[in-house]
Write a protein that binds this ligand. Sequence first.
Ligand SMILES: C[S@@+](CC[C@H](N)C(=O)[O-])C[C@H]1O[C@@H](n2cnc3c(N)ncnc32)[C@H](O)[C@@H]1O
Length: 197
Amino acid sequence: MRVLNDYWTQKAKREGYPARSVYKLQEMEERFHILRGVKKILDVGASPGSWSLYVLRTVHPTPHVVAVDLSPLSLPAHENLTFIQGDITDAGIVKKLLSEAPFDLILSDAAPSTIGIRTVDTARSQALVEAVLGLASPLLRTGGSCIVKVFQGSDTRQILEELGRIFQKSRSFKPKACRSESFELYCIGLEKREGFN
Ligand SMILES: C[S@@+](CC[C@H](N)C(=O)[O-])C[C@H]1O[C@@H](n2cnc3c(N)ncnc32)[C@H](O)[C@@H]1O
């Protein structure tokens, strides 16, 4: 399977993306059309920047992307890109994001640093997912959507239930471009309910 993983990495390099994760977003876009018509996007856990770059390159007219991460992006400056460096669980960072709201779409590929102990890693992932879902209410406009990365073994059912409360439609999806040995999938909420603030 390493050959397949190298395939995605080489493809990303050839196409000028800093990470192979771009093909997961591409696949979700082809399946769910989450980027259609969006004007303002929040990209959580955006570094090194493939998802933000994919949006800036492929969506027309170009939306405004607000990217947030603990680490800097590996992207050149772009007039439609605002980068906020910091932790999305930090009140100061949330305040900055509030000043940028409302968003049409929240993308989160954020992943905690892992230590290789499954229970600890999934608990950290679950906490990060909850932090992202907590942002959907104040930051996302009615009708907006959200994609959030989840480590398998997290309580996916509970996450989907929470998404179902906020959004009209919710589902999970595992893109082909996820490493075969990887334990991640994405939970997707489409069309934020009216009055959910
Ligand atoms: C898999 S990478 C994202 C790759 C990115 N989507 C791309 O295509 O280039 C996960 C990112 O989540 C970020 N992250 C993890 N916890 C975070 C937090 N609490 N706040 C902000 N970013 C976080 C990490 O710093 C890391 O850069």
